[in-house]
Write a protein that binds this ligand. Structure first.
Ligand code: GDP
Ligand code: GDP
Length: 443
């Protein structure tokens, strides 16, 4: 289950991004590189009172000086209400309530999403008193905070945590493999998920006030139970294209963090785009299993575009992802969609694979004999011993005399040998080099 999501909204200059930075202390903050936006849009993680939630600063959705300013604000707030579990409205005690904030409040009062008001820039006792004015918004409790010096942010966070949905239902589904369908808007994620889930489509994580972003569907295929994470929920027609892309990137990020295997869906007639490459890299970094699905295969003129050509074009751009399986599917005609799902499930199994130490060392020895690592500062590197120190995702530690002396190409060579011997298709395989003796490994 993805973490609950809090969205920061408010007019420009009230201190949204300062508050965001204070709450996340910029740990884990992810800057989205969305083309055509005037400011970085941020997504991060907040830990407080034993809970963790995701937070997004939607400030970037509103250009600071645009003619269509009010419309942009309305869209920002509308999207936040739909996407988030709790909306954090940030206001400024030094200016009081503005006309625009009355309008925002009107929208927020109509929503089911809980709203918490932060009266920001309450840097001292006198200014804290001014916060009371914001009860005039009719949105419930107001928290004076200072994003600059941190005053009041503790009480504010307590209130945020109190609104978050519980995690009981999520725990029940925890052990099932989680397969997320990700990809750019319009590649066919919804259609695919609906086709895969078919009659079984029953939304499982309908905890009260639960996250609206990714819909979890529990399904059984050939006796295997799994949770399908559909990231395609954004159905509202946002007028600003960037907003749709922003939230779709946000969904993707969150679904990916919570899954075991991601199916990256592409539109066969479009192919791989830069956002897809970023997603693939993120998945690799997060240690998630990966499968690529070329969708809308029914639309491709097979004479000019063979599957092999298309696969080559993708592989050429992603040499480190050679091991990721691909499949050509049509969500519309349902061609091979269940084979795609089976592929994802087999990747989930591969990710849990544990290689016995003896077998691993046999491969390591043979690999080193066939191709020795280059010398390091005139010294021979000796690979002493290897062991898999983690599964799900897998990590292999190799103990040697000069761990810093192993160059990346050699690491990739070993990875290839391990993959040839043990599979791990679609699974990022981390190999780390350690100096410690084998007896004292484990860190
Ligand atoms: P945003 O447009 O809502 O994201 O606003 P910013 O975070 O960029 O802040 C706008 C201005 O308000 C900046 O000059 C900040 O330094 C200032 N500011 C933000 N929070 C506080 C605060 O708690 N106290 C004071 N005094 N100034 C603040
Ligand atoms: P999403 O935004 O990724 O969820 O994409 P949708 O599932 O909403 O699909 C976007 C559009 O592509 C819709 O009009 C679908 O009918 C169409 N579409 C999806 N998959 C296929 C496919 O395999 N073949 C064809 N011809 N059209 C498809």
């Amino acid at each position: 289950m993805a973490e609950p999501l809090a969205a920061i909204v408010g007019r420009p200059n009230v201190g949204k991004s300062t508050l965001f930075n204070r709450l996340t202390e910029t740990r884990n903050a992810i800057v989205f590189d969305t083309p055509g936006v005037t400011r970085d849009r941020l997504f991060g993680t907040v830990e407080w009172g034993g809970r963790t939630f995701s937070i997004v600063d939607t400030g970037g959705l509103v250009p600071r000086s645009a003619e269509r300013f009010e419309r942009a604000i309305r869209e920002q707030v509308g999207l936040a209400m739909e996407e988030a579990d709790v909306v954090l409205l940030v206001t400024d005690v030094t200016t009081g309530i503005t006309v625009l904030e009355h309008e925002i409040a009107r929208m927020l009062r109509r929503a089911d999403t809980p709203v918490i008001v932060a009266a920001n820039k309450a840097d001292n006792a006198a200014r804290r008193l001014d916060a009371a004015a914001f009860y005039g918004l009719g949105l419930g409790e107001v928290f004076p905070v200072s994003s600059i010096n941190g005053m009041g942010t503790g009480e504010f966070l307590d209130a945020v945590i109190a609104t978050l949905p519980g995690t009981k239902a999520a725990a029940e589904n925890e052990r099932l493999p989680r397969v997320a369908v990700i990809g750019r808007p319009n590649v066919g994620k919804s259609l695919l998920c609906n086709a895969l889930a078919g009659q079984q489509r029953s939304v499982v994580t309908s905890m009260a006030g639960t996250t609206r972003d990714a819909v979890d569907t529990k399904l059984t295929h050939n006796g295997v139970e799994l949770t399908l994470v559909d990231t395609a929920g954004l159905r509202r027609q946002a007028r600003v294209k960037e907003n749709v892309e922003f939230y779709s990137a946000l969904r993707t990020q969150r679904a990916m963090e919570s899954c075991d295997v991601a199916i990256l869906l592409l539109d066969s007639s479009v192919g791989l785009e830069s956002q897809d490459i970023k997603v693939l890299k993120d998945a690799e970094e997060l240690g998630k299993g990966l499968v690529i699905g070329f969708n809308k295969w029914d639309l491709v003129k097979k004479v000019t575009n063979t599957a092999r050509d298309m696969e080559h074009r993708v592989r050429d751009r992603l040499p480190t992802l050679e091991h990721v399986p691909v499949m050509f599917v049509s969500a519309k005609t349902r061609q091979r969609i269940f084979r795609l799902l089976e592929l994802a499930l087999s990747v989930a199994e591969e990710r849990k694979q544990r290689i016995g130490t003896a077998a691993l060392n046999t491969v390591l020895r043979e690999a080193a004999r066939a191709h020795h690592p280059a010398t390091y500062r005139g010294r021979n590197i000796q690979l002493k011993y290897g062991t898999q120190i983690q599964t799900d995702p897998p990590v292999i530690a190799i103990f040697c005399n000069f761990p810093d002396g192993i160059a990346n190409p050699y690491r990739r060579y070993l990875e290839k040998r391990f993959r040839t011997a043990f599979g791990f298709d679609g699974v990022p395989l981390r190999i780390v080099f350690r100096a410690k003796s084998a007896e004292r490994h484990g860190t």
